[in-house]
Design a protein around this ligand. Structure first.
Ligand code: NAP
Length: 258
């Protein structure tokens, strides 16, 4: 990366106040973009904004209180972005929720609906707004943050993983529907050391890393670098694809211990 990959572009990042979303916002700013971060909590957004302003970069930082599962919030955020910058070149569908842990057969409808609403329908709603406001006429790049969980079976988070699998499919579907103007790609991260996942990685980090071919867990920077690539001209002939960033977790031979 040379620091100018996204010079002057405008990027909207859902869930941009913490973790992977904030990491992507930092990397985009370093690459020359103006960033609009959206999340539900104003305090978190204000703190993220301060952090972003300390990152080297000339781009502006704008924050919008918005729930990724509310289509009206998507419309408001995109409208504010257009008013402020006049264009919207990159959309990162990063916000997700996981309100249920357990077997599929024990899942209740309210939590099932909430997961689909934010993770799955949210991706469509935000992409539609960006498309109608700018990308249909002028082009752009959509980057969806899915999960390696969308490719595997897990005993506890099967419903969340099903929405992530849906994101991977919708990435291909939208790549077809939005081409040639806009490109749509996804990232499927393995376990990344964010606050969200701390309870999973912190107590078991040595065991988890020993199993991975690359012998370490993922960082926010790992995902952010891939998100810069997918938003930049370096990936201009790539659409409908998923980059799996998992330290090699999904290439482990079945039944073989590290
Ligand atoms: N961490 C991992 O190991 C891992 C692995 C694979 C995939 N992922 C995916 O990566 C993405 C980010 O995860 P993360 O670990 O960075 O999470 P995180 O650290 O908990 O950050 C989540 C961000 O999303 C926002 N958010 C949550 N629900 C939202 C909603 N309904 N509408 C708008 N914003 C919302 C949060 O702010 P507010 O609370 O203020 O809304 C925050 O900014 C998710 O799609 C997740 O599924 C994570």
């Amino acid at each position: 990366m040379n620091g100018h990959e996204l010079e002057g572009r405008v990027a909207v990042i859902t869930g941009g106040s913490r973790g992977i979303g904030l990491g992507i916002a930092k990397a985009y700013r370093e690459a020359g973009a103006h960033v609009v971060i959206a999340a539900r909590k104003p305090d978190g957004l204000a703190a993220a904004r301060e952090e972003l302003l300390h990152v080297k970069g000339d781009g502006e930082v704008h924050d919008v209180v918005a729930n990724a599962g509310e289509p009206e919030d998507a419309e408001r955020c995109v409208a504010q972005t257009m008013t402020r910058f006049g264009h919207l070149d990159i959309l990162v569908n990063n916000a997700a929720t996981n309100p249920y842990m357990g077997a599929l057969l024990d899942l209740d409808l309210p939590r099932a609906e909430k997961t689909v609403r934010v993770n799955q329908y949210g991706m469509v709603a935000w992409t539609r707004c960006a498309w109608r406001a700018w990308m249909a006429e002028h082009g752009g790049a959509v980057v969806n943050i899915a999960s390696v969980g969308g490719l595997i079976v897990d005993p506890h988070i099967g419903w969340y993983n099903a929405t992530k699998a849906a994101m991977l499919h919708m990435t291909r579907q939208l790549a077809y529907e939005l081409g040639p103007q806009a490109r749509v790609n996804a990232i499927a991260p393995g376990l990344i050391k964010t606050e969200l996942a701390r309870a999973v990685w912190e107590p078991r980090e040595p065991i988890l890393t020993a199993r991975l071919p690359l012998r370490r867990l993922g960082t926010v920077r790992d995902v952010a670098h891939a998100a810069v690539f997918l938003a930049s001209g370096a990936s201009s002939w790539m659409t409908g694809q998923t980059l799996v960033l998992d330290g090699g977790a999904t290439v482990l031979p079945i039944g073989v211990e590290a």
